[in-house]
Structures are given as C-alpha cells and as structure tokens.
Design a protein around this ligand. Structure first.
Ligand code: ADP
Ligand code: MG
Ligand code: ZN
Length: 199
C-alpha cells in the first residue's frame, strides 16, 4: 500500500468473533503512532465489555479510545489535523455510519474500521455490506472453529447451553449467553429458514 498524504481511503477489517479484528486494528494504530500520525480511535458505547475508554482484544492488547453513542458524535473529535480515524465494533453504530465514514475519506483521512460481517444467524450485519462495498481495502479474517479446528467464518451464539434460535432477539433478558467461533459446517441456528431449496 502506497502511503500518500491527504489521499483518503477506507479500510475494513472483518470476520467473525475471535478472528483477531481488534488485534489487527491495534497493530495498524500502533504503527501509525510510530509514524507520528494524528489518530483518533472510537468505539460504540454499547460495547462496554472492557470499560470506558479503550479497545481491548481477546488476548488483552489495548489502545485508548473514545466511546460514542452515535456516528455523528465523531464530528466532535475529528479535526482538520486528524490523519487517521479508527472505529472498532463499527457494526453497532447507527445507519448514518457509512456516509459519515465516506465523508471523512473524501476529506483525505484514512479510515480504519473493524466489525462483524455477519450476525449469529450468519446473515449480513446491518450496514456492513455497504461498508465492504465502499471500502478500498478489505481484510477478511477467520478464527479457529472450536468444534473441528477448521477456519471459522461464523459466530455461534449459545443460549443456556444450546445453539440460539433464529427468532431470538439480539438482546436476551435473563438468559446466559456466550459466543464461539465456528465454521460453516459446525455453525447452528435453530429454525433458520432454508434460503434455497434444491429441486
Ligand atoms: P475479534 O476482535 O475479531 O473478536 P480479537 O482481536 O479480540 O478478535 O481476539 C483474537 C484473539 O482471540 C486470538 O489471538 C486468540 O488469542 C483468541 N481466541 C480465542 N478463541 C479463539 C478462536 N476460536 N480462534 C481464534 N482465536 C481465538
Ligand atoms: Mg473485536
Ligand atoms: Zn467446524
């Protein structure tokens, strides 16, 4: 990749949970810090798994970040001097996100976003297909399937010890839920409608 100043672009780091999206984002941010770039890192407020003001990978590397409730909040923190904007867990932001990101890239900023491409149903996550289309560079990472060891491209949701049901709401009250990385073969969703019927 040729790094020419004031030429903006969008980079997406995607894949299922545990694929190393946050790790990869932190790696890119670190390198840009060495290059003395003016960087601002955001994450949606909803992702408060690890506290207020940092993004943290599953293997505990971290970097400072700003929590935002809405994509428009980024305008309060991005200035003329900002070279790089990074957003982790971008899929949890609102529908204005793609156009705001595009606006920043048009202004000559490098925008690095990390997020899930699919939800627990293995269906496209919100506006992520749009981001993947408008991005100049896409890195699709895989994890390791906890069942068979193959490359895992999907996120398995487990509710009270069982695979989640298709119609379950995104936020479940009073259930114990967890997530695993799984391959296409080992991924399960109860009562998922068949998308294509073989004749
Ligand atoms: P993501 O942001 O994509 O969810 P992270 O960068 O937070 O991923 O975490 C990646 C790390 O997760 C790996 O380096 C590894 O230490 C850990 N990990 C835990 N379970 C798995 C798995 N099933 N496959 C791959 N990595 C895993
Ligand atoms: Mg992550
Ligand atoms: Zn598998």
């Amino acid at each position: 990749m040729v790094l020419k100043q004031k030429e903006g672009w969008i980079e997406v780091i995607t894949g299922p949970m545990f694929a190393g999206k946050t790790e990869e984002m932190i790696r890119r941010v670190r390198r840009l810090e060495y290059a003395k770039k003016n960087i601002v890192v955001f994450k949606p407020e909803i992702d408060n798994r690890y506290g207020e003001s940092e993004i943290v990978s599953h293997n505990k590397s971290k970097t400072k970040s700003i929590n935002i409730a809405r994509a428009e909040d980024m305008f309060k923190h991005v200035t003329k001097e900002t070279d790089v904007i990074a957003i982790d867990e971008v899929q949890f932001l609102d529908g204005k996100t793609p156009e705001i990101i595009e606006h920043f890239a048009d202004q000559g900023k490098r925008v690095i976003v990390g997020g899930l491409d699919t939800d627990f149903r293995a269906e496209p996550f919100s506006f992520m297909p749009t981001l993947l289309s408008i991005a100049e560079y896409v890195t699709k990472l895989s994890a390791v399937c906890v069942k068979c060891g193959s490359p895992a491209t999907r996120t398995q949701r487990i509710v009270d010890g069982k695979p989640a049901r298709y119609m379950d709401p995104i936020v479940l009250i009073g259930a114990s839920e967890s997530y695993e990385a799984r391959c296409r073969k080992c991924h399960r969703v109860y009562r998922k409608p068949k998308p294509y019927k073989e004749r």
